[in-house]
Structure formats: C-alpha cells, structure tokens
Design a protein around this ligand. Structure first.
Ligand SMILES: [Cu+2]
Length: 273
C-alpha cells in the first residue's frame, strides 16, 4: 500500500511544476514556508485594515486626534515578522544555497557536460570515453566547428556535440553510502555572446551563463522524461524562442542517442545513421 502523501507531496502533485531532481524537494519545501509567511502577512494586514476602518471611522472620531493611537501590538508584530524572516534566511535559505554551491560531486562519479549558450540556442559537448574535454579556442569557431575545438588536441578526439537545443543525460542508478540514488549531473555553463540563463524548472535549477566564464551547476535527476530548458535572462529579440529540451534517458536510450544523434566535436558534422 502506498503511504499517505504528505501535504507537500499533495501540493506538488496539484500545483507545482513536475519535480525531477533530488534537491528540488528542499526548494519546494522552502517555497512552501515562504508562502505560509506570506499567507500570515496577508491575513494580518487585512485584519489590520479592517480594524483601522472601524476604529478610526468618522462617527467615532468627529475631531482629528494629532497624537494618534498608541500600543505595543504593532511593534511586536513587526519584530515577530523580522524574526520569522531571519529564521527563513539563516536556517533554510543559506544552508540550501551552501549545499548547491559548496558540495559538488566528484567529476568521475558524475555525468559531466559543457553547455554553451548563444543567441538563441543551446549546445552541449560531452567528453567521450576518456572523460576529458578537448581544448578550445573561440577564434576557431566556424559553422563546422561551432565550439572552436583545437583539432590537434587528442583529448578532444572522442568529444561529442549535441544537436542544438537537444541535451540528454542518462539516469544511472547508483548507491551512495548504502543509499539508492542516481548519478549526479554536472553542467559547466558558458556563452558565446551575451548573458543567458540556464533554467530547467523540473530540475529546480537556474544559473546565469556569463561571457568569458565557466560556471558549474550540479543536480541529481530522479526520473526519465523530457523537460524544458528556458533562457531566464532577457538576451535579445529571440529570447522568447530560446528554449530547448533537457532529456533524461535510460542508460540504453542515452547511448543510442550519443551514437546516433551527436557529432564529432572538432570536425565536420558526422552521422552514424
Ligand atoms: Cu538567452
């Protein structure tokens, strides 16, 4: 028998976008706490407005009172809100953020890819069997070498390029400290032109892509499926069409895609079909 879903799970199924990553549960829980605070503030403010309308009505106050009302309630309520906000920030937001930016999984235990944004597309590179990315030089970028691979660097010989806007990762079951989980994904993000932002709502991931920088994000997918990539940074005329697919495949499907749909990273596009 299925255990009763928690309130968070019910909310998840009813209102929240599909969740497909491990840390996403914590993000959703944090969002729920913020909404509790907002609901309490909404009710509190509404009660205050209604009270003020009644308390300071004209018939009860024919003459203006320049001293005004006195009472500790308003001050106390304000202090309580500050305390709750401090708890949300210190006990929830900062630890959540620290987990996202400090504890990266080891690259050897993860699916590693480089994702390059450009107006208005996404393209991924995979390091191939050797696990090493080939060196690149922006000045070498051409139609046939879209990411500027340096051909004589042998580390790049087996690197693969995804089709534009079609990014895949495998869902690989692994055990970490005796616990069943999945292989984490590390994405190194950069951009060829302006600032873009890699957002996959299902993964609860958003990270800006900065020109001249490589910024890594990590997350652990928990289910297979096709999810949307959106650009979360207004980046030009085609911003609205800067979408893409982030596909989590079974390991077999992933290998098939890698062999059939990707091309050699350095040279001219090759087809394996
Ligand atoms: Cu963009």
């Amino acid at each position: 028998m299925q255990p009763n879903p928690t309130f968070l799970e019910q909310l998840q199924q009813g209102f929240m976008p599909i969740l497909a990553s491990e840390h996403g549960k914590d993000v959703d829980y944090f969002l729920l706490l913020i909404h509790y605070l907002m609901a309490a503030l909404f009710v509190g403010w509404m009660a205050y407005f209604l009270y003020a309308l009644f308390r300071f009505r004209k018939s009860a106050n024919p003459k203006a009172d320049y001293v005004g009302a006195k009472g500790a309630l308003a001050n106390n309520a304000e202090i309580a809100v500050v305390i709750v906000e401090a708890i949300l920030l210190i006990a929830f937001a900062i630890p959540l953020w620290a987990k996202a930016v400090e504890k990266f999984p080891a690259e050897k235990d993860a699916t590693v890819l480089r994702l390059v944004a450009e107006q208005f597309s996404w393209q991924a590179r995979y390091p191939g069997k050797d696990g090493k990315f080939g060196a690149q030089d922006m000045r070498l970028i051409t139609d046939k070498n879209p990411l500027g691979y340096i051909e004589k660097d042998t580390a790049g010989a087996d690197d693969r390029l995804s089709p534009p806007k079609d990014i895949h990762v495998p869902l690989v079951p692994v055990k970490v400290d005796g616990k069943d989980t999945f292989k984490p994904v590390i994405v190194h993000l950069t951009t060829k032109d302006v600032i873009h932002s890699f957002k996959v709502t299902a993964m609860r991931i958003t990270q800006d892509c900065m020109p001249g920088m490589s910024i890594a994000v990590h997350f652990t997918p928990t289910r297979v499926g096709k999810f949307n990539i959106t650009c979360a940074q207004l980046c030009g005329n085609g911003h609205a069409s800067m979408n893409g697919l982030f596909v989590v495949d079974s390991p077999e499907e992933y290998e098939k895609w890698l062999a059939g749909k990707t091309t050699a990273a350095g040279g001219a596009p090759q087809s394996f079909e």
